[in-house]
Structure formats: structure tokens, C-alpha cells
Design a protein around this ligand. Structure first.
Ligand SMILES: NC(=O)c1ccc[n+]([C@@H]2O[C@H](COP(=O)([O-])OP(=O)(O)OC[C@H]3O[C@@H](n4cnc5c(N)ncnc54)[C@H](O)[C@@H]3O)[C@@H](O)[C@H]2O)c1
Length: 419
């Protein structure tokens, strides 16, 4: 079996971590059981490009139990957990192409190796697999019946491809399922981003000025958790509605030009580029910590920081100190890549349970549609899947809810009844 991982002997550690994650993934565990019995993915070749974490390993196991022939590569050069690549190869016989810290050249070689599989379904986190297939591996396109996309940035890229008429096969926007972005992006990114910053720096957040750029689902989570740790949170936005939300949620809102001078810690979660730039670095205090938790490492203008610096040294694992001409030190965490995955373990399994249940059931849905050929567009996760996942998750947490009475159903469907 062809694969490229750091060290197969890390499998024991990976096995324990995979098991630990599975304990908090009851919905996915249930799907594994159903898939193992019914084999809905029998014989399907799937190429996946995801953050290679203990939760992803459980998703890969689910697909394999469902009968799929799976290959996996990383969706970010720094997010791979090398013990997890080992357990997938050794115990599950899944070819993995991912090594933590790989350079851009290896990253794309691995994407191509995942595509060499000749997939009928792709699974992406950031749309790199889809874009390479469309740009450089066009011979693969006719066989593809569908794909799934995990994150906001990927969905944005795919919608742009669909708008330009370039997208050649249908994609399910897993990110947009309510059981995904309302929980994964908010609670997952919220907690794990703080976790990453703490593991990288061990700073005390209480009393610090903590700047969050972007008040979308991820930004809301990061701001909420930073406040919980005692930080004074400042939000920057470009959308007036999101900015009002931040103000009414009790945060200070200001442009980055002003926040740059005030902040001690900065986190970008916008899905945009150049959010922290040259003019902002020049205003920052000595010792500022700068991190990103958005999908790509373009939110912080790292080339500009490099250009301003008279020296750079690594002061801790995953912390680079840049000394500017004005003598101030700026600390860039995790090379500006997703800090929650670079310095911590990514989202907790509890929340990835819902995200990956969406992935597994969306793939089953695509497989069942198969020959029917969906429109070459970005499709939502069917509402029935979203609701089923929510019900199963709630039940697994020991909660129950009310049901509509017949009179309530009639009332909600009726326009005549008023005051
Ligand atoms: N770290 C992770 O594990 C993780 C998890 C989920 C999503 N993501 C990524 O995080 C990013 C944000 O995702 P989201 O779901 O919160 O998206 P979102 O669209 O809900 O929110 C992004 C927000 O950023 C704002 N914004 C855009 N440009 C800005 C700028 N220049 N300055 C300030 N604000 C700006 C937008 O107005 C919007 O409110 C995406 O790249 C997504 O793929 C990361």
C-alpha cells in the first residue's frame, strides 16, 4: 500500500487518541454501526482532504465500514497529527499522505497522490482538492459524481466556481448545515483557538486586550471564550450588521487601525486576506501576540511583517518573534496558520461529531443520488439530515424537547387567526 506519513510506530498513541475521540462522537458511532451493516458506500472511491485529526480518523473509519475505498491527505501543512496518520495506515489500511510541517511542494504532491486514487467522490476542507482536480487533473472530472465541503472558505471558493460556470460536479456545502456551523464554527473554534494560543504561549488572558477580527460564527465563539477567560475583547468588522451584533453582545468595536494600538493579542477569523497589514504592525505594542484561526494563512500579511523586521527568531515552539525597526517585538503564532490546529488539537470531538455526521450522511446521499446526476452547483445538506443529526445529538446528551400539538401545527399553518 502506498502512503506517506511521518512514522508508523506512532500508531499506538494514535489508536488511544482515536478511541478517546470516539467516546464523544455518539452520532458518528451510530452511523458507523449502520454503515457496517448496510454498506451504502460499497466500492466507492473517495479522496478526502481534511485536517488529519483523531476525529477525522473516526470519519475515515465510518466511510470504510460503509464499504468505501478511502484515501486521505491533509488540508493544511501544519494541522496533521502524525500519530493519527500512523493508526489509519497500520490498523485501518487507509492510505494517508500527510506529515505535520510539510512544505507547500509536499502538500500539493500529497493532494495529487490522494487524487491518483481516481475518486468518484471528493471530501474537502478549503476546496484545495476540487481546485486541483479542476485546474491540473481534469482527466478525473468525468468520473466524479459529487463532493462535500467542510468549511466557510471552501464554500465561498466553490460558489465562485459555480457562478463562473467552471464547477464540473455537484458539491454539498456541509459547512452550511445548521448542525455544523452553529456549533463547530462557534463553540469548536471558540474553545480550540483559545486552547491553541494558551498552549503556544501560556499567557494569562485575564486583563489583556484581545482583538478579534471578524464577528462571524467563528469570531463570535472566540470573542465569547476570550471574555470568559477575563480578557477585554475588541471586535473589528466590515459588516455593519455583524458590528451591531458585537456591540449589543457587549464588545467594543473599532477599526483595526485603532485596535492595532490597543491590543495585546490579535486573532483573525474573517476568511479574508490582508486583515492585519503593514500599517497595523507599525502601531502594535511591544510583545503583541498575533494569531490566525481563519482557513488560510493570508489573513495576516506575513510578507509585510517580514519586510518590516530587522530580525526574526523562534522564541518558543510555534512562536516567531519579529523585531521591527522601531524596536518593538511582534510574536507571530503558528506561522499564521489555523492556530487551533497548529498548536492545539483542533475542535473537540463532541462538536466534530455533528460536523462529521453531516459529512458521512451527505456522502451517503450523494452515493444514493449517483447516476441521477445532481446539478453542477453547491447544494445544501438536505434538511432531513440536519434535523436527524440534531435529534440524535440531543438524545445522546440526555435532553428531550416538546412536540407540536395538532392545534399548534394547525395554528402555525393558518393565516386567519389573529388578535
Ligand atoms: N479554525 C478552525 O478550525 C475553523 C473552523 C471553521 C471555520 N474556519 C474558517 O474561519 C473563517 C471564518 O469562518 P466563519 O464561519 O466565521 O465565517 P463568517 O462568514 O461567518 O464570518 C466572517 C466574518 O468576517 C468579517 N470580515 C470579512 N473581512 C473582514 C475584515 N477585513 N475585517 C474584519 N472583519 C471582516 C465578515 O463580515 C464576517 O462577519 C473561514 O476562513 C473559515 O473557513 C476555521
Amino acid at each position: 500500500m502506498l502512503y506517506d506519513i511521518k512514522d508508523p510506530s506512532l500508531a499506538r498513541k494514535g489508536r488511544l487518541r482515536m478511541e478517546w475521540a470516539a467516546r464523544s462522537m455518539p452520532v458518528l458511532e451510530r452511523i458507523k454501526g449502520t454503515f457496517a451493516r448496510t454498506k451504502p458506500l460499497k466500492g466507492l472511491r473517495i479522496s478526502a482532504c481534511l485536517h488529519v485529526t483523531s476525529e477525522t480518523a473516526n470519519l475515515m473509519e465510518a466511510l470504510k465500514l460503509g464499504g468505501a475505498d478511502v484515501r486521505l491527505c491533509a488540508s493544511n501543512p501544519l494541522s496533521t497529527q502524525d500519530d493519527i496518520t500512523a493508526v489509519l495506515v497500520k490498523d485501518h489500511g487507509i492510505p494517508v499522505f500527510a506529515v505535520k510541517g510539510e512544505n507547500a511542494r509536499t502538500y500539493y504532491r500529497h493532494i495529487n497522490q490522494a487524487l491518483d486514487h481516481g475518486p468518484v467522490i471528493t471530501m474537502d476542507d478549503g476546496a484545495d482538492l476540487v481546485s486541483v482536480a479542476h485546474e491540473r487533473r481534469k482527466e478525473l472530472l468525468p468520473a466524479l459524481i459529487g463532493g462535500t465541503e467542510e468549511t466557510t472558505t471552501g464554500v465561498i471558493r466553490l460558489r465562485s466556481m459555480a457562478r463562473s460556470g467552471i464547477l464540473r460536479y455537484p458539491i454539498v456545502a456541509v459547512n452550511d448545515a445548521r448542525t455544523k456551523h452553529l456549533f463547530d464554527n462557534r463553540y469548536g473554534t471558540g474553545q480550540s483557538t483559545i486552547d491553541g494560543i494558551l498552549r503556544a504561549t501560556n499567557v494569562l488572558l485575564a486583563g489583556l486586550k484581545f482583538v478579534v477580527a471578524g464577528y462571524g460564527m467563528c469570531g463570535k465563539g472566540v470573542a465569547m471564550r476570550a471574555r470568559g477567560a477575563g480578557a477585554h475583547v475588541i471586535v473589528t468588522e466590515i459588516d455593519p450588521i455583524r458590528a451591531i451584533e458585537a456591540v449589543l453582545d457587549g464588545f467594543e468595536v473599532m477599526p483595526m487601525a485603532k485596535a492595532a494600538a490597543a491590543g495585546d493579542v490579535f486573532v483573525t477569523v474573517t476568511g479574508n486576506k490582508g486583515v492585519i497589514r503593514r500599517e497595523h504592525f507599525l502601531r502594535m505594542k511591544d510583545g503583541a501576540l498575533v494569531a490566525n484561526s481563519g482557513h488560510f494563512n493570508v489573513e495576516i500579511d506575513i510578507p509585510a511583517l517580514r519586510g518590516l523586521a530587522k530580525s526574526k527568531r523562534q522564541v518558543r515552539e510555534l512562536v516567531d518573534e519579529y523585531v521591527l525597526g522601531n524596536g518593538r517585538r511582534i510574536n507571530l503564532l503558528g506561522e499564521g496558520r489555523l492556530i487551533n490546529l497548529a498548536a492545539a488539537e483542533g475542535h473537540p470531538a463532541m462538536v466534530m461529531d455533528m460536523s462529521f455526521a453531516n459529512q458521512a450522511l451527505s456522502v451517503r446521499w450523494l452515493a444514493a443520488k449517483g447516476a441521477e446526476r445532481l446539478e453542477r452547483a453547491v447544494h445544501p445538506v438536505p434538511a432531513a439530515i440536519d434535523e436527524e443529526i440534531a435529534s440524535l445529538k440531543l438524545a445522546s446528551m440526555g435532553h428531550s424537547i416538546d412536540r407540536l400539538t395538532a392545534a399548534q401545527i394547525r395554528y402555525l399553518a393558518d393565516w386567519k387567526e389573529g388578535t
